[in-house]
Design a protein around this ligand. Structure first.
Ligand code: 5GP
Ligand code: MG
Length: 183
């Protein structure tokens, strides 16, 4: 077990703490103008979304409820893997305005499947909000309604995003040094 700082494994800071704050302010403004009178059910996708959701909802000064799902995709990665909910929401989404919140939109399989699920459950509306988006990685035709920042096709960590369960506590979004990946 190493006790050195996770920062020492970072090759490059892609999105600084300051830049994240600015992105959050902008997202919060857009979400506020659309949801201030809707008492939305804000559903975070665990685990990656926990930091982003916590920072986002503290900028939303109107009634809302927070809930979480945890989703695991399985399959060999080449076929559209099935999505399994390992944790479901506690609140009933029927007739609710659901805002899905995730850290990053990649192939979009997770959020497109979750969107369909909440529509089937009778939500009044379902939209998605992501801090980061890698549009070049899309496997299904889906886009988030609120996107903080588009980034290139890089594996990023920090601000909730992990590599091998680590690095979620970095306050910025970074790219790891090649030596930091376990083989
Ligand atoms: P997808 O859009 O492919 O269904 O899945 C998105 C999920 O894959 C995200 O919620 C996140 O957990 C994971 N993911 C995608 N890209 C990255 C990345 O660059 N870094 C990390 N740590 N996780 C990622
Ligand atoms: Mg995730």
């Amino acid at each position: 077990m190493s006790d050195r700082s996770p920062r020492e494994d970072v090759a490059e800071v892609l999105v600084s703490e300051q830049e994240i704050q600015e992105v959050l302010d902008d997202l919060a403004q857009r979400v506020t103008s659309d949801y201030a009178d809707k008492n939305p059910l804000v559903v975070g996708v665990l685990t990656g979304a926990f930091v982003f959701l916590a920072d986002l909802v503290r900028r939303l000064d109107f009634p809302l409820e927070v809930d979480f799902v945890a989703a695991a995709s399985y399959g060999d990665g080449t076929v559209a893997g099935k999505l399994e909910l390992t944790k479901d929401v506690n609140r009933d989404p029927n007739q609710r305005h659901v805002l899905l919140v995730d850290d990053i939109l990649d192939t979009a399989r997770t959020l497109s499947t979750l969107t369909e699920l909440f529509v089937e459950r009778g939500a009044a509306s379902v939209r998605a909000c992501c801090l980061l988006d890698k549009p070049s990685r899309r496997a299904v035709d889906f886009n988030a309604d609120y996107v903080g920042l588009e980034i290139p096709d890089l594996f990023v960590v920090g601000y909730g995003l992990d590599y091998a369960y680590g690095y979620r506590n970095l306050p910025f979004i970074g790219v790891l040094r090649a030596e930091s990946y376990r083989t």
